[in-house]
Design a protein around this ligand. Structure first.
Ligand SMILES: [Mg+2]
Ligand SMILES: [Zn+2]
Length: 173
């Protein structure tokens, strides 16, 4: 039975300020409100996952190892704030460089993997992204609540920033 609820977060542009192909700890800047947002969901028994496209690996801008180091540090930083990131899923591919893959968003594979590993009920889960491809991945996986945060990638968005989303979520309770 799929009984757990989950919060799926895109990384670049949602957790950290998108600086394009970021891989260095010193360049990683947390987005305002991300800790409060995670706490909100954690207190409501959501498991927290990160699902992130990392084509910089296929492009050779940084290595799998660079990504792992940054991820380890990120998870630790969350943990120091009392937030448990269950797992980080990433797609290292790029269709033109490493061929088509199953995992790159807008494909839902990373979300489906989390669902199967952690017994997630996707219809009760939430996804937050800053690109249309994040939202599409969530929708194809069967997530109903997919929230698009403002970014430079598209004109339309659901929320200007995470703080506005938190206000909305709190108002709904
Ligand atoms: Mg993003
Ligand atoms: Zn992939």
């Amino acid at each position: 039975m799929n009984i757990n609820k989950a919060l799926f977060l895109d990384r670049d542009g949602v957790i950290n300020i998108d600086k394009k192909y970021l891989y260095k700890i010193e360049d990683f800047e947390f987005v305002d409100g991300i800790f409060e947002l995670c706490k909100f969901f954690q207190e409501r028994n959501y498991l927290i996952f990160v699902v992130t496209n990392q084509a910089g690996i296929a492009r050779g801008y940084y290595s799998e190892d660079d990504f792992k180091k940054l991820t380890k540090w990120m998870i630790k930083t969350f943990k120091n704030r009392g937030i448990n990131i269950q797992k980080v899923f990433h797609c290292p591919h790029h269709p033109l460089l490493s061929g088509e893959c199953k995992c790159r968003k807008p494909k839902p594979e990373m979300i489906i993997k989390a669902k199967n590993l952690y017994n997630i009920n996707l219809s009760k889960s939430v996804l937050i992204g800053d690109k249309k491809s994040d939202i599409k991945a969530g929708e194809s996986a069967g997530i109903i609540k997919n929230y698009l945060i403002k970014s430079t990638y598209q004109k339309k968005f659901d929320f200007e920033d995470l703080k506005k989303l938190i206000i909305y979520l709190k108002g709904k309770e």
